[in-house]
Design a protein around this ligand. Structure first.
Ligand code: ZN
Length: 576
């Protein structure tokens, strides 16, 4: 019996290079394919021959990518199945370490190819520049350092995951404790918040030690690659060709001047509604009017029906695409025993079809998640006709425009789930979440800029730098007596430890999504057409062009942020 939710999905286009009966989990069958590509490269004697070589190389990449995705999906849908786990680990531990150096070698051969300069420039410039970075940053001596980095990252995850508290006689994880912060009983919230903060503070020395180790390794990795600091190295490694560190600093400034006043207004309103003299850190997640949580649906079928109704009203093409995903069983959405936590969208690169995984339990957050992941799925389908595999996916800064726009556009028809007053509340929660996200994003990003441009700093200095950012972006929350916890709030932000500099992307994408939404207020049909046009480009063009095709400016200064915040404020006022 197959462990995959969907049935047989044929490749979108028949393979031309990888034999149909190849076992993609067997390195002995894959090796000859890499050998053939390596032998063929120097023999490509025409531009057309080199282009065919690129397509064949991409075909192999897509086949491997889909194989990995299928094994991952099977494992996450059946965490209690030992065979599924074994099959996935085999691929990650036995196949990928073999394919990576071979892919690297092919990249080198491509860059050195004498005919590369004769390829149509507009077609290949985006592929060329990321391939170049991939090759140019590689240093043999960084391989063991990266292994060390991965080990330390794992220690962070182990430490974070192991933390529990004893709450009223029961051992609870910190994740389990988070939901008590939504309880109307303020004394309970405070008790829970303090318990968690104290537990974390007890480990603060270990968190600092792990981070110190990561910092040292990263500084060395950057030096080995010829960079003066890790920030500049990270920008290059993340292929940030279209924006600079200075642009990010401008973004932080724009958040300070344009977002902070709106955040402070929202906080003041919350404080009044709760009837408090000041907001404390445990007053931020509770419903300010003490209402019970929204209940958009009872069963997952109801969520799928409701989501379909939203797309039926939004656009006939997107409605057809969502309905195709239902028919092909490309959705696994219910929370059940034996399923991994969380949610994701994955693309089956040969079938060129998307798959959505979720653990829906009947809360408003589930509706936001299905709209979000559906946006990613529409992106994959929009780029389906692109034959060059690397161009069927876009950089993350634009992928998240596809998904976050869909949350905003879909929310317009949220009555598919609610009567009018609840619909207004759901919209309000969503828009408030967007306002609150920007300052946190700016704090996390600006902190990392500071960390990696102040070599030799002490623990005390970096906590002071964090506090200065909390003063700038924390708004009007009263931390009196909680200074130690506040200074080390960054210990809970996984990205700082595991994925350095990877966070501003969500802020950039949210600006794009808000622009799509703003466009839809002026001309809904046109905004949607532009959105689809941007998605259809896949990853074939640089970010500013993807944004432009979707009707947005790729700019994060006040000029872009200001009107979007004005719109958010107007819409929030209407929902009161
Ligand atoms: Zn996403």
């Amino acid at each position: 019996m197959s462990l995959l939710p969907f049935g047989n999905l044929p490749a979108y286009a028949p393979r031309k290079f990888v034999p149909a009966d190849t076992d993609l989990g067997d390195w002995n069958q894959l090796r000859p394919l890499f050998d053939r590509l390596a032998a063929r490269a120097p023999a490509c004697a025409s531009v057309a021959g080199l282009e065919q070589w690129l397509l064949d190389w991409g075909e192999l990449g897509a086949a491997l990518d889909e194989e990995g995705a299928r094994r991952y999906i099977a494992m996450t849908c059946h965490t209690d199945n030992a065979d599924a786990e074994k099959a996935y680990l085999h691929f990650v531990e036995q196949i990928e370490p073999q394919t990576k150096p071979r892919q690297f070698r092919l990249s080198e051969m491509y860059l050195a190819h004498p005919l590369r300069s004769r390829l149509p420039r507009g077609r290949y410039e985006v592929f060329d520049r990321s391939t170049q970075v991939h090759v140019e940053l590689f240093r043999e001596e960084n391989v063991p350092l990266e292994t060390e980095e991965a080990k330390l990252s794992q220690q962070y995850q182990k430490l974070s995951g192991s933390l529990t508290v004893n709450f009223r006689g029961e051992e609870k994880t910190l994740v389990q404790m988070a939901r008590y912060l939504e309880e109307p009983d303020r004394a309970l919230r405070e008790e829970v918040w303090r318990l968690v903060a104290e537990r974390r503070l007890k480990e603060s020395g270990r968190f600092e030690e792990i981070f110190g180790g990561l910092l040292t390794l990263r500084e060395q990795i950057a030096r080995n690659a010829g960079f003066g600091n890790y920030r500049d190295y990270a920008f290059r490694r993340l292929c940030r060709f279209d924006y600079t560190a200075e642009d990010c600093v401008k973004f932080h400034d724009a958040v300070e001047t344009e977002v902070m006043p709106v955040l402070r207004e929202l906080q003041a309103e919350r404080r009044r509604e709760l009837g408090l003299a000041s907001l404390r850190p445990w007053d931020l997640a509770v419903d300010p009017l003490n209402r019970p949580p929204l209940r958009p649906f009872e069963r997952v079928d109801g969520m799928v029906e409701g989501t379909q109704r939203i797309f039926d009203r939004l656009d006939p093409q997107l409605a057809r695409e969502f309905s195709l995903m239902r028919d092909q069983r490309l959705l696994d959405l219910d929370n059940r025993k034996g399923k991994a936590p969380g949610g994701y969208q994955s693309t089956l690169s040969e079938a060129r079809l998307p798959f959505i995984f979720m653990n829906a339990v009947g809360v408003q957050r589930d509706v936001e998640t299905i709209l979000h992941e559906a946006g990613h799925a529409f992106h994959a389908l929009a780029a389906r006709d692109e034959d060059f595999y690397p161009y069927r996916s876009a950089p993350i800064e634009f992928c998240e425009v596809a998904s976050m726009s869909m949350e905003l556009l879909g929310n317009r028809f949220i009555e598919a789930f609610y009567a009018a007053p609840e619909a207004a509340r759901a919209r309000r929660d969503h828009l408030e979440g967007i306002v609150e996200f920007f300052p946190w994003m700016a704090t996390v990003d600006a902190f990392q800029h500071w960390l990696y441009t102040h070599p030799g700093h002490t623990r005390a200095e970096r906590n002071a730098a964090w506090l200065a950012l909390m003063d700038r972006f924390g708004g009007d929350v009263d931390w009196c007596g909680l200074e130690a916890a506040r200074a080390q709030l960054w210990h809970r932000q996984l990205h700082i430890f595991l994925h350095p500099f990877y966070y501003v992307e969500y802020g950039i994408a949210q600006l794009g999504a808000l622009q799509v939404w703003a466009n839809s207020h002026r001309d809904a049909a046109r905004a949607l057409e532009d959105y689809k046009r941007g998605l259809a480009l896949g990853g074939s063009r640089p970010l500013p062009e993807l944004f432009a095709a979707a009707g947005c400016r790729f700019d994060f200064s006040s000029a872009t942020v200001k009107p979007l915040l004005a719109l958010l404020r107007d819409e929030l006022a209407k929902l009161n």
